[in-house]
Design a protein around this ligand. Sequence first.
Ligand SMILES: Nc1ncnc2c1ncn2[C@@H]1O[C@H](COP(=O)(O)OP(=O)(O)OP(=O)(O)O)[C@@H](O)[C@H]1O
Length: 304
Amino acid sequence: MDPNNGSVADNLLEEMMEITGQNLITIKVDDHYKFIKQLGKGKYGQVTLVIHRQKGTPMALKLLPKTFTKRQNFLYEYCVALCLSSHPNIIGMFGIAFESSDHYGFLYEVALHQDLISIIKPTEGVPEPVAKVCTNQLVSALEYIHSKGLVYRDVKPENVLLFGPDCQRIKLTDFGLTRPKGTMLKLVSGVIPYTAPELSNTQNGEAVPIDFTLDAWAFGVLLFCLLTGYFPWETTVASDPFFEDFIIWQETGSHEHLAWHWKKLTTEAMDMLKQLLALNPCNRSPVSKALWYLDYPWRVDTWK
Ligand SMILES: Nc1ncnc2c1ncn2[C@@H]1O[C@H](COP(=O)(O)OP(=O)(O)OP(=O)(O)O)[C@@H](O)[C@H]1O
């Protein structure tokens, strides 16, 4: 974290991390929480449904192995999540963090309907009203994160938790990659469809200052997945033929080469994605631009 960054969130976070770090208790997880089932597993941690042994409260427990997790990074993820958790579309926290002999852990609310990836039908996506109700809530969550001077950096359906079968209430989770705007970062783990081109095109591990525009890009990719059931490309490098065709569309306006799954989208949805996925981050629209398009149809078919 850059202490000179000066954002309100940054100053508050420093203090929260220091106090949390000083008061981090060491426990044996099984003494306090009864394991019920695994809810998910990511690259870094695993999330389990547990029940508080004394109170009987169901909770989601995220455990991060100490072998892969720096103490400061754990404290950062926990404190950022805590700072943001008052927003209705961001996961609620119980305010409990601890360490065991081999893990760091914290507790938060359980989403009983899994995550957004579980309802995206391959080659189809989700019905348009579902995509729109998700858009509304995700824009609200991302704008809130940005208003705190933070870049979320992990927009993807796996990080959107569902609190009902119809997506009327969804929440963002996993703040392990969130950092203050302006933090200098290198591309570390390979290029994925959600990686904005200004990051995937960096040379020789060069660091770039991160900006909200990274989230707008990833949000555009997520909307494409919701509306089509496909990724628009595999990687955001010119050698990817799907991305190459997209570059031609962005630069010349000619969409004759665009992959066929773009043809599922209306002119208005294409226009929205063109702005969220502008190749130059200076020309990219903020996530809120999607709200402007909510009253227009997004899919040419009639899957309502
Ligand atoms: N509170 C929760 N309720 C239900 N399921 C959850 C909850 N939190 C996480 N999950 C599930 O666990 C998965 C992994 O969680 P999370 O993204 O926090 O782990 P991670 O190790 O940080 O993942 P990543 O590889 O993205 O960094 C999620 O995609 C989701 O399916």
